[in-house]
Design a protein around this ligand. Structure first.
Ligand code: THU
Length: 130
């Protein structure tokens, strides 16, 4: 990873961001952290809504924070859940928009175990009409 951020730091930010999850309907807390090419970390958590379909995933919150600051190239993502689950399909496509190659650290927020996958593994043949 560039600019001195370690996978451990990124996963720790995701674990902490998960504590801010607003998930009164599912009870499933998700934290995310993305590292941009300048080495800055942006965090996110899932934000649910009484109109369920309006829910926003943690990964997309973190990415929107980065992009809204002008950071369009991501170098790593961490996602923290109970169980270390992989991002949903929508978030895979959203991540792929801002990186050709990138590791995703799947963090079990309870055990702190981490497994690493590549975006290309999670989303081969991403949608791209450019
Ligand atoms: N969720 C995420 O935050 N990220 C994902 O990649 C999958 C699902 C959230 C949405 C909802 O608040 C809860 O997890 C259960 O689906």
């Amino acid at each position: 990873m560039s600019a001195g951020f370690t996978a451990e730091q990124l996963t720790q930010v995701a674990i902490e961001a998960r504590l801010n999850a607003y998930a009164p309907y599912s009870g499933f807390l998700v934290g995310a952290a993305v590292c941009d090419e300048q080495g800055e970390i942006h965090s996110g958590c899932n934000v649910e809504n009484a109109s369920y379909g309006l829910t926003i995933c943690a990964e997309r919150v973190a990415i929107c924070k980065a992009v809204s600051l002008g950071r369009r190239r991501l170098v790593a993502v961490a996602v923290a859940t109970e169980g270390g689950h992989a991002p949903c399909g929508a978030c895979r496509q959203f991540i792929a928009e801002f990186a050709q190659e990138l590791p995703i650290y799947l963090v079990d927020a309870v055990t702190a175990e981490v497994s690493t996958v590549q975006i290309e593994e999670l989303l081969p043949r991403r949608f791209d009409f450019s």
